[in-house]
Design a protein around this ligand. Structure first.
Ligand SMILES: Cc1cc2nc3c(=O)[nH]c(=O)nc-3n(C[C@H](O)[C@H](O)[C@H](O)COP(=O)(O)O)c2cc1C
Length: 193
């Protein structure tokens, strides 16, 4: 059994990126666990994070942030899907990652396996947001899953249900990403990490 945290860069009600992660949730559930127990998949909303504030961090702190940090620290892998806002990841996602980069030297992202996807109504599927996102994660010590970029373009035109996308091309691309994530986790186990 593996534990996954899914984080969408969008808080929009009908978000394409949240739909990407709904698809991922479905695909993870279809993959058998080595111990037979169902995989654990939890969604973490970027809306749970207050605006990053050093005074808040050093003072009263935030129970929501503490819960999120604990969730990510306890996960085997984090899977993120982001829109591009002016060519970058959403500000809300960057804010969440800034909190998750804390405390300095003990970030729950350090050593964490992280897989990336993106989606947008435009043809490029928000692919432009991925390099900087990967850069931030690597800077925090995360292990970004080695996979060709999965960027879901023209997302508003693709078949989808309440359980995510059903479009075969999208399902195939996300299946590849999910399989690469499981492979990365198995490699860590094999390496004794
Ligand atoms: C401020 C702003 C900037 C945007 N910039 C881009 C962009 O650079 N590239 C792009 O593909 N879409 C851009 N969009 C459109 C978003 O991709 C679109 O709103 C998308 O649906 C958001 O993701 P979601 O469906 O997960 O909420 C932008 C939207 C807003 C509001």
């Amino acid at each position: 059994m593996a534990k996954f945290v899914l984080m969408s860069g969008s808080v929009r009600r009908d978000s394409h990126n949240t739909a990407v992660l709904d698809t991922v949730r479905r695909l993870v559930a279809e993959r058998p666990a080595d111990d037979g127990a169902p995989h654990e998949v939890v969604s973490l909303s970027v809306a749970e994070f207050p605006l990053y504030d050093w005074d808040l961090e050093q003072g009263a702190g935030s129970a929501d942030v503490a819960r999120a940090q604990e969730l990510v620290a306890g996960a085997d892998a984090l899977i993120i899907s982001t829109p591009a806002y002016n060519g970058e990841m959403s500000g809300a996602l960057k804010n969440a990652l800034d909190w998750l980069s804390r405390p300095g030297g003990a970030s729950p992202l350090t050593g964490r396996t992280v897989a990336l996807a993106s989606a947008s109504p435009g043809a490029r599927g928000a692919i432009d947001a991925q390099p900087a996102l990967a850069g931030v994660l690597r800077r925090c010590g995360a292990e970004v899953v080695d996979h060709e970029p999965v960027a879901i373009g023209k997302a508003g035109e693709l078949a989808r249900t309440a359980d995510g996308f059903t479009d075969p091309t999208v399902v195939a691309a996300l299946s590849g990403l999910v399989d690469a994530t499981f492979l990365a986790l198995r490699s860590l186990v094999a390496a004794g990490a």
